[in-house]
Design a protein around this ligand. Structure first.
Ligand SMILES: CC(C)(COP(=O)(O)OP(=O)(O)OC[C@H]1O[C@@H](n2cnc3c(N)ncnc32)[C@H](O)[C@@H]1OP(=O)(O)O)[C@@H](O)C(=O)NCCC(=O)NCCSC(=O)C[C@H](O)C(=O)O
Ligand SMILES: [Mg+2]
Length: 356
């Protein structure tokens, strides 16, 4: 562990100074594409206008014999595309793979000035982040980069979950963490073969009436990912970084996808991965606060003056703590409205109505 005194010192001579605060940029959807897939690559310029984050994926879902094509494809797409305000991320191959060293050397050298965040899969503990941290500093120095690259960890091993707090605080580069439910399920030896989402077998049942154990007993499906997401959210909040849900693999089931995304949003996640174009609008809808909630939050903030004391609004008590909750919603709405004029209009109209 670095001493708190040198936590913000660059890890290589000539590397840029680490950031002191992680920017809370809109990142409702991290849209995955395979840069070696020509059809997907052709859609990148249009997708850049629709999504908050575009991620060129080099790891799982890219065939082993296409790894170099994906890496080179990402370099060439990046050089020829204007991403505007949309962030560009990449997911490198895992740290024990034969590809990761060339991924980092090539990407930082060729497109380090355009990349925002590097997603690192299968992170087991702080040692993995420390390795990437030092290597990135050396590569940034050699490439003459002025802005440090940020790092995002995927929580997809049992050790990663056990060590999530130390991972979140391992480096000033840590931007956030995502849940990786498929690898995590395998690592934990869970018995689900689904990529994220619920499972009908994971349930609780109401008590029997009398001796009849069979009839009239309602079952409620539970969320397999609740514990992990909640733990990830706490670790991220504690270290001032951002938590994300990960993949929802049943592309056809847009209804359950929306539910899973909303659970994550309500628990504190700022965004999710989108694997197919059909998931983009779902993520936008879910991870943008509802105009009615924004109007309410703004109303409470306005009524609370300096934010202390207690007032009654529509029969509900508001105090110092509830105004803080409202500020979370209102500040997120302001940040999203600055990027999305349609949303800005919806928020302002709903607020006017609520204050009338
Ligand atoms: C899931 C897919 C393989 C489905 O692809 P396809 O069968 O081609 O779907 P469609 O025919 O419905 O596609 C319609 C058109 O849309 C294009 N398309 C599809 N997906 C994308 C995309 N992500 N970005 C841009 N464009 C996309 C198709 O090319 C079609 O185009 P056209 O023919 O011109 O109309 C595919 O969606 C896919 O591969 N998605 C990404 C998968 C991925 O990235 N997986 C890795 C992340 S999940 C993971 O790694 C697990 C995690 O780590 C964990 O452990 O939990
Ligand atoms: Mg994975």
């Amino acid at each position: 562990m670095r001493s708190p005194k040198d936590f913000f010192a660059p890890l290589a001579v000539g590397a840029p100074d680490p950031v002191r605060e992680i920017p809370a940029l809109p990142s409702r959807m991290i849209h995955f594409f395979d840069p070696s897939n020509e059809k997907m690559a052709a859609k990148v310029p249009d997708l850049a206008k629709k999504v908050d984050v575009l991620l060129g994926n080099l790891e799982d879902a890219v065939r082993a014999d296409r790894k170099e094509a994906a890496r080179n494809g990402l370099v060439s797409i990046t050089k020829s595309t204007d991403f505007g305000a949309t962030q560009l991320w990449t997911r490198i191959n895992s740290l024990d793979s034969p590809w990761v060293l060339d991924d980092l050397i090539t990407l930082v050298t060729e497109i380090g000035d355009k990349l925002d965040v590097i997603m690192v899969p299968k992170v087991e503990g702080a040692q993995d982040i420390h390795y990437v941290d030092r290597l990135l500093a050396q590569l940034e120095a050699r490439a003459g980069l002025r802005r440090p690259l940020l790092v995002h960890a995927i929580l997809e091993t049992a050790s990663g979950v056990a060590n999530v707090e130390e991972i979140a605080g391992a480096s000033p580069r840590m931007q956030g963490i995502s849940l990786g439910p498929a690898d995590l399920a395998a690592s934990r030896r869970m018995k689900t073969t689904r990529v994220g989402g619920g499972h009908p077998g994971y349930l609780v049942r109401t008590d029997p009436v009398g001796d009849d154990l069979e009839t009239g007993r309602t079952t409620y499906q539970q969320d397999l990912w609740h514990y992990t997401v909640a733990r990830m959210v706490d670790a991220c909040a504690m270290h001032g970084i951002l938590p994300y849900y990960g993949p929802f693999g049943d592309i056809r089931d847009v209804v359950a996808c929306e539910d899973q995304f909303r659970n994550a949003f309500l628990l504190g996640c700022v965004g999710t991965w989108t694997l197919h174009p059909v998931q983009i609008d779902i993520a936008r809808k879910v991870f943008s606060p509802d105009p009615k909630d924004v109007a309410w939050a703004r109303r409470v903030i306005a009524a609370m003056g300096d934010g202390t004391g207690a007032v009654m609004i529509d029969g509900k008590m508001q105090d110092d703590a509830s105004v803080k909750q409202c500020r979370v919603v209102a500040e997120l709405a302001d940040a999203l409205a600055a990027r999305d004029p349609e949303l800005a209009k919806a928020y302002d109209e709903a607020t006017k109505e609520a204050l009338a």
